[in-house]
Design a binder for this molecule. Structure first.
Ligand SMILES: Nc1ncnc2c1ncn2[C@@H]1O[C@H](COP(=O)(O)OP(=O)(O)OP(=O)(O)O)[C@@H](O)[C@H]1O
Length: 251
């Protein structure tokens, strides 16, 4: 078995007197799509924030490709978030003053790429996500689902090794949410991107290879989901199950 891309051991995270993570250990393999589920307040977002270096746990370790990041300084964690990690939140936080394409070129330009080259890559990704025709429009002229696709393009344009998504479909209706998940999984599979997705939604969790369930700041279960390795012989057409098609295409 390959070495995990992310490996956390015995993490503890407190907010004042509130224990958000209690002795949490998780391991995620390269290319895996993992859903983190559980009731409100059980520590899902805190887990994502600690694994992505947004927060540092008070105790325990977080290793990315074998290197400790849990105790790394803010500058190093911030560098990781700019280079090898991508993040996508419930409200994509696209910049309202920028056009769709400017939102997507932004992380590339921050990384030093000139606008012209950045725009070529951004446009190709927006096209892949079906929103290329919105490249010149501002978020206020887009639907929620379209904005979230632009946010997904922005999160993926730097070709991160790990995509962290916190309730990425939480603000969308079920059809738009399903479409965003289909695209997210398709692109992640194509690029071998590891994905950690926090969700309340069982339909979203069903896209994952594995589901980690949390309760009261602890990992309650951490097994392979029933869908993992399921028969992909069906093309899925006509039964509305995009997941079977996706896995058949890309695995
Ligand atoms: N910034 C903060 N300050 C104080 N307490 C916090 C903070 N962030 C989270 N908490 C508390 O830590 C615990 C875990 O919160 P967290 O947001 O990680 O849970 P969650 O499972 O993601 O919840 P939800 O599904 O409602 O988003 C909760 O008791 C929460 O109230």
């Amino acid at each position: 078995m390959s070495a995990p891309i992310l490996h956390a051991e015995h993490m503890e995270k407190w907010y004042g007197p509130t224990a958000a993570l209690r002795d949490v250990s998780v391991s995620i393999d390269k290319g895996e799509i993992v859903a983190v589920t559980g009731p409100s307040g059980c520590g899902k977002s805190t887990l994502l924030h600690c694994l992505s270096g947004i927060l540092a746990p008070q105790r325990g370790s977080v290793r990315f490709q074998g290197r400790e990041i849990g105790t790394a300084g803010e500058a190093e964690r911030s560098r990781l978030r700019r280079t090898v990690f991508g993040v996508l939140f419930q409200f994509g936080q696209v910049v309202p003053e920028l056009t769709g394409i400017e939102n997507v070129t932004l992380p590339l330009q921050l990384g030093g790429l000139g606008y012209r080259d950045a725009a070529v890559r951004a446009r190709a990704l927006l096209d892949r996500l079906g929103v290329g025709d919105l490249a010149g429009k501002r978020p206020g002229e887009m639907s929620g689902g379209q904005q979230q696709r632009v946010a997904l393009a922005r999160a993926l344009v730097t070709e991160p090794q790990v995509l962290f998504a916190d309730e990425p479909t939480g603000a969308l209706d079920s059809l738009a949410g399903e479409q965003v998940m289909v695209e997210l999984v398709r692109l992640a599979r194509e690029h071998g991107t590891t994905v950690l997705v926090v969700t309340h939604n069982a339909q979203v969790a069903a896209y994952a290879d594995r589901e980690i369930t949390m309760r009261d700041g602890r990992v309650d279960s951490d097994g392979r989901s029933d869908n993992y390795g399921r028969d992909n012989s069906s093309d899925g057409r006509g039964d509305g199950d995009h997941r079977v098609v996706l896995r058949g295409e890309v695995r």
